[in-house]
Design a protein around this ligand. Sequence first.
Ligand code: SF4
Length: 711
Amino acid sequence: MSRASTQDARTTCPYCGVGCGVRAEMQQGRIVGVEGDTEHPANHGRLCVKGSALHETLGEQGRLTQPRLDGAEVDWDTALDAVAGRLAETQRQHGPGAVAGYLSGQLLTEDYYVANKLFKGFLGTPHLDTNSRLCMASAVAAYKRSLGADAVPCNYEDLEDAELVVLAGSNLAWNHPVLFQRLRVAKTRNPLLRVVVIDPRVTDTCELADLYLGVRPGSDARLFTGLLAWMAARGKLDRVYLERHTQGLEETLAEARQDDVSIEAIAADCDVDPERLETFFYWFASQLHVVTLYSQGINQSSSGTDKCQAIINCHLAGGKIGLPGAGPFSITGQPNAMGGREVGGLANQLAAHMDYQSPGALDRVTRFWSTDSLVPRLPEGPGHKAVELFEAIERGEIRAVWIMATNPTVSLPEAHRVRAALANCPLVIVSECMADTDLLEVADIVLPASGWSEKDGTVTNSERRISRQRGLMAPPGEARHDWWIISEVARRLGFGEAFDYGHPADIFVEHARLSGFENEGEGRRCFDISALAGLDRQGYDALAPIQWPVTRQAPRGTPRLFEDGHFATPDGRARLLPVSPRGPVQALGERRRFRLNTGRVRDQWHTMTRTARAPRLMNHRSEPFIEVHPEDARELGLADQALARLEGEGGDYRGRVRISPAQRRGELFVPIHWSDRFSASALAGALLASHVDPLSGQPESKHGAVALAAL
Ligand code: SF4
């Protein structure tokens, strides 16, 4: 394609957490082609298959273009009056906590900010959570308790500067393809760069692996606590770094030594070859510049926080953090999972990286959001996290929920139960781009929202880089921007003075001001973008990608955190914390004897509302499937491509058998994208139980127990 003609045609990809810059070729107000933005630091001009097909997913067909109220199309005034009136009535009858919101890592930061302000600040309910809970909540919890803040220390260049890159629970080749491309190039340029892949499945990511450890699912914490003990036993700890910058080593080591720390015992527990395991331990311990990149394979677990902690412990113990090419690096799945966290989109957060427990936070935010005539009524403590939130709806405690840009009837565990809970909920409001989703069937009020290429705002990628997503085309029909919809509802509820926004730039500037408002806390200083609070609309439009914090001292942003060994804890020391490894909650039985793993496929995104519109993206995997080890298939008499059925905790799943030696014996893999809308009984979420990590609330979506049989 020819190069895009104007500066305004620069935007950011709406899919994964890599956050690639995109240049859109415009013709007569339409995007007719895309290419990677060579000036964007995340991708330097690269795009993956999904990103390069973005223009093929656009068009008005299938879009929601008119608000709906109780099944009938209505105008905006009628719909917004109904939303405001019914929310207010619910709260009048049942109290502030009877209302909830459920957001999405697909929303822009500005949408997120306004939603958080309305729900927590002015509706006074703590029950506002986000589908980011399903993605990286465990990584957040571990960063906070260990480093003092939800602050990813690394950046993408660290992958290229490392001597060793450990990919744990990450199929980078499929889920963050441009980072995988960057790593491939880095390996070509630097033959000494080694890559270790730790994953129960042999994925395409193994193409770059110098060493592959096909671990038993759920054994990651055992592997990393074993590594810590191994390093200690061989004098591989960085005692000077530990002494100066951390605390908690002795208790953590004592806990690690509760288990047999011989290589043979660790290898047996993780079900890997002892020699390969020791090679990994040796490589990790003997290199300073090590990045451990981890993703949903670590996070989506009932002990996800501990697994992340076990990784962080090893990095702190070796002083492998705060250096070029070193650090524990959680990579997010969604385009704006981090932006949502910045504004307080998780139920345990208040706003701008402040928790309810942060000293003075309630008072500070109350004063910041107050206007001449309005005082916010912030809740006193955290609300329900995603799984709990829908359980509270099921129990009838939450009687009104507003869901934006996500579909919990597909993505949450026990998805059929979630759907039934919503069907019985007195008020379900859904803001959505597409006209045909499973969720809309249970919605009382449907609000047509603008989508990628129409929305205008910012997103933050996995390396803390804020980038602009730009509105290049007009939304179809009556579709409107989320921030506008929320602000209009707020106005009808009597809060207009606090939601007097005319442009997303107004919201971003307020968000930037709050990030620096009375910002004395160490944890909050990490996230301070107050140097951007002076942007006018022109400056906002032209905002170049920049990594937080962005302060007067660091006006060009901050590529790497904790370089001085000073962490975001009150005493500046990072915490090593004891980890006691434990396996998945759901046990295998005689009947449900297969361990289920779930995940994405390379060319699809979430519930496929966008990617299914591009025919070429359907070529890679065109229908739901079940990946089965050859021996298991033989034992059950299953032929490749035959139809088979899984039966799990919450329902059934049907798909075609893909016989694959990439699977371990007794383990299966199914994709998360399909739902009953595409294919009868192809809902992976229905197979999973609602077990969550006790600290992060993240569901154990990587572990189910299922029965497998031919259809
Ligand atoms: Fe989009 Fe992720 Fe692909 Fe980049 S790697 S183009 S952000 S899907």
